[in-house]
Structure formats: structure tokens, C-alpha cells
Design a binder for this molecule. Sequence first.
Ligand code: G3H
Ligand code: 13P
Ligand code: ZN
Length: 345
Amino acid sequence: MRKYHFYGIIGACQIHFIIRGVVFMPLVTTKEMFKKAYEGGYAIGAFNVNNMEIIQGITEAAKEDNAPLILQVSAGARKYAKHAYLVKLVEAALIDTDLPIALHLDHGADFDICKSCIDGGFTSVMIDGSKHSFEDNIALTKRVVDYAHEHGVVVEGELGKLAGIEDDVHVKAEDASYTRPDEVEEFVKRTGVDSLAIAIGTSHGAFKFKPEQCTRNADGILVPPELRFDILAEIEKRLPNFPIVLHGASSVIPKYVKIINENGGKLADAVGIPEEQLRKAAKSAVCKINIDSDLRLALTAGIREYMTAHPEHFDPRQYLTPARAYIKELVKHKIDTVLGCNGKA
Ligand code: G3H
Ligand code: 13P
Ligand code: ZN
């Protein structure tokens, strides 16, 4: 029987696993990952996780590609799966893969949720103060940074507002606004954040743009307006060597939308960020690219396709096996052709 010995300080990312005398990689922060990604002109995928199959699909892909990973957990994920289950599943993935993995809180809405994740073993947190005034965002972000840094945890802040819905942070399309480059230096200096999420035209969810905002390509696929690379370039100039984060960066891959719609789903006019724009961003100061909707679509496509083909089956292991395989296929595709972080672990 396997014996697990845990030692170290919870919350200070020093948990090592020793199994039969072998010491396994602890969770890491994003510091080193971002430094290498910035210098190497690639980005790390930050994938939202909610259950075992999603974690396994992502980490098996990363292991095959020897890619560093950020696994991120939203308030909704903590509510759905519970904090301890997610932490333990991610620890299991560390044992299984021996990869550098950071465990990150996605869209922390207040100090308390950030503190709870810092105290509970996460190595990175986002404090999303973007709905507040500039001064209130700075005060809240600084409070989180001070606590996080005391505990060896890194912090992502946000300036500018993305459209879309996340738990506790709802932004209507008309209230979305691009990041103002003239604010970034002061924000980073006064808060001490380790990375900055910016708004340059991405948005959350599988319906990022209205059809009337887009053109259609030869295959009838909706093509959205270009991201504001001019704003990104200006931010990069003002914050040299500083890691930038892109939220709302799913591409809403037509293959999975088609499978869903051919198997009873109704996702008309779903549209995401074109991959060539994300590849361009990954080569710049963008070191973290957030992906959730594409995972949801891949998982749902796998389940729907299986259920249509086998309506008599009811064992979750049967329909979750191809769903997990689609997650793995999707993540490999992201690592190899969008993020460029294969072989960088
Ligand atoms: O940006 C938000 C993520 O997609 C998380 O979504 O809040 O529904 O878990 P969620
Ligand atoms: P998507 O909805 O584009 O996957 O964005 C996810 C995200 O930004 C999580 O924070
Ligand atoms: Zn987000």
C-alpha cells in the first residue's frame, strides 16, 4: 500500500509529496513560468477546472507535451466541487504528472475569498477589482498583495472591464471598457501585483460578439473584430518585462460547437477569439491565456455525441471517457498551436 507523507506549510506552496521515497514536485507559483514565457515568446494556458475528468484531460495533455500549467478555480467551481476536493484532485495531478503546476483563484471578488484560497494551499490568486473605481481597485488589490506576498503567493490584478459574466462580477457589454495604458504603471507600482489582466476586446463565454459585430468567412463562420493590439503594445511599452494576462480567450472551436448542435444542442452563432490573434498575443507580453468555455464545449460535445450513439447507456464512466478525451485533444491543440508552451516544463 502507498504511504503519503505531507510536510511543509499550507499556503506557502511548500507541500512536497513523498511516495515510496520519491519526492514529487510541489505546486509552484507563476513567477518562474512567466519569466520563461516572457523571454521565450510563448504563453501558459490557464484552464478552469471543476471536476476530476476536466483535471485529468488537461493534465494528461500537458504531460504528453511536457508543458507547464496553470489550473484555475472560480468561486463557482469552489461552490460546486468544494475547495478541498479541488485541491486534492490537483495534488493528485501533481503526483501523476510531475509537471510544474500553479493553482490559481480565478476572479476573486473580495479579500476574503483570496485569503481563504491563500490559506488553503493555492499558489496564485486573482483579485478582480475592475468593477471598482481606480482608487478602490488599488486599495483592494494592495491589501490582497500584502497578505499574499507574506504567504509566498502571487497576485493577478485587473484593469479595464471585459464583457461577460463571471461569478460575482457581472459586466454588461455596454459597460465593458478597454484598459487605459496611462493607468497601468501607477496601478502596478502602487499595488505590487505580479501580473495584470487587461481588456483589449476579449470577453467571457461562448457568445463573445453579436453576429452584427462580425463578418462571415467563406465557410460561414463568424469572424469578430480584431483585438486591440495597439493598446497591448502601448501597455507593453509602459510595463517592460511585466506579465500580461488575457481573459475571455476561448476560440469557441467550430468542431465542438458542430458536434453539440448535431446531437441535440442549440448553440447558434457562438463565436470566440480567432486562434491566429491568440498566437500573436502569446508571442508578446501576454504570458497567461485563460480558457474555460472551450473546455465546456469539448466536454459537452463528447457527452452529447456518446449519448446520441448509445441512448441505452447510463454508466457515467462510459460517456465521460470520450468527453475527457475531447478535453485532452483540445488542450494538446492549444499547447501546440496556440500557446507554444510545449516542451517548456
Ligand atoms: O471567467 C470566468 C470563468 O469562465 C469561470 O466561470 O464563474 O461560471 O465558474 P464560472
Ligand atoms: P472564456 O470564457 O473565453 O473561456 O474565458 C475564461 C476566463 O477568462 C476565465 O477567467
Ligand atoms: Zn476571466
